[in-house]
Design a protein around this ligand. Structure first.
Ligand code: AQP
Length: 335
């Protein structure tokens, strides 16, 4: 039987956070044995908000090294850089023509980001979810591991796949999101009403996968809690709830168990233990990352092979799409 396909990606729009790890990256390697996996670094998405070119290049390699350090195996998964596979932009164009403006207007990420970057709102930011649909549909993905914030974009990808299939005949698989019940939305450590984001201007709002021990310890100590001074998991104590979610995600302990463990103990002790748990989780990743990031030749080999493998599958889908919409096939001699 054919293996089902998994696809996911992360933007190299900064250094990766614990939110990116818990919500998405840590799940990636789980699929490698049973699925055909495609994991990309979505640099085309990253330029929908302002980027410094040399930082974008650096961050792209950093994300690649982190993918590998977090357990992605290039012999099992296809790991590539989105801009190396031109089919993404081409399929996005075709999908743009069957996407309703009203659907894009409803996207909460677009609303949030256009508030945040109000001086540089561009058409790319608006059509970002269409490009994401193209990323997914090109590989005929069945499953897409993402954080909760991407659920709405996944819905659009499903919608566009169904619309295209109905209009032109069966072409795309209909993707399902894979979103865990715990840790799918890690919140800012400074404002637990908003998501932890790598582009947050407040460095204390997030923990980076590459933060050193002292920094992690300090950021957890400074994390906003409340004055109730009683460990509990509820919507009144949102800061604490978020910290318990992080604890639970990294230890696989249920939130009730954690609350029980810290009855009659102070926030200080809880935070000390949490910082230790995060440090222990990140330590082996950071060690492996340091080796990988200094071996540029190896990284280049990985993303070159990845691009060839990804393009093979992407091109196969795009050719079908072009044929179905009525484009004249390109003669072999100019392929
Ligand atoms: N706080 C989070 N909790 C759980 N999952 C999260 N993800 C992001 N933040 C959290 C998941 O990480 C994957 C990659 O995200 P992305 O970089 O492609 O885009 P994003 O969701 O916009 O992430 P950021 O960190 O907030 O980036 P910026 O600041 O550049 O916008 C996705 O699966 C996402 O759900």
């Amino acid at each position: 039987m054919d293996k089902k396909t998994v696809l996911s990606g992360i933007q190299p729009s900064g250094s990766l956070t614990l939110g990116n790890y818990i919500g998405a990256l840590r799940n990636f390697s789980d699929f490698q044995n049973e699925y055909e996996c495609y994991y990309c670094i979505v640099d085309l998405h990253a330029i929908t908000v302002p980027q410094v070119p040399k930082d974008l290049r650096k961050n792209t390699l950093e994300v690649l090294a982190l993918y590998l350090a977090c357990g992605l195996n290039p012999d099992k998964s296809t790991i590539f850089i989105q801009s190396h596979v031109h089919e993404h932009a081409e399929l996005a164009w075709v999908l743009n023509t069957i996407t309703y403006m009203g659907q894009l207007n409803r996207m909460t990420q677009y609303k949030d980001k256009s508030r945040k970057y109000n001086e540089s709102i561009n058409a790319g930011l608006f059509t970002y979810p269409v490009l994401m649909a193209a990323d997914i549909l090109l590989y005929q993905a069945d499953l897409v591991p993402v954080g909760e914030d991407q659920r709405q974009h996944l819905e659009l990808a499903r919608d566009l796949a169904i619309r295209f299939n109905n209009k032109y005949s069966d072409t795309f698989s209909i993707p399902e999101p894979f979103i865990r019940s715990t840790g799918s939305k890690i919140m800012s450590l400074q404002d637990p009403s908003i998501k932890m984001s790598k582009s947050d201007p407040d460095k204390n709002a997030y923990i980076l996968l590459l933060d050193d021990k002292d920094t992690i310890y300090k950021k957890i100590k400074r994390a906003v809690t409340d004055s109730e001074n009683h460990i509990d998991y509820n919507d009144r104590q949102l800061g604490l709830k978020n910290l318990i979610d992080i604890f639970s995600s990294l230890t696989d302990k249920r939130t009730e168990e954690i609350v029980e463990m810290y009855q009659n103990k102070g926030y200080g002790e809880f935070k000390d233990d949490l910082a230790e748990i995060i440090i222990d989780c990140l330590e082996p990743i950071q060690r492996r990352y340091k080796e990988l990031i200094s071996d540029k030749e190896y990284l280049e080999k990985i993303y070159s092979i990845g691009a060839i493998k990804a393009e093979r599958k992407a091109n196969n889908t795009l050719r079908k799409v072009y044929k179905k919409v009525g484009f004249v096939p390109k003669p072999d001699m100019i392929k």
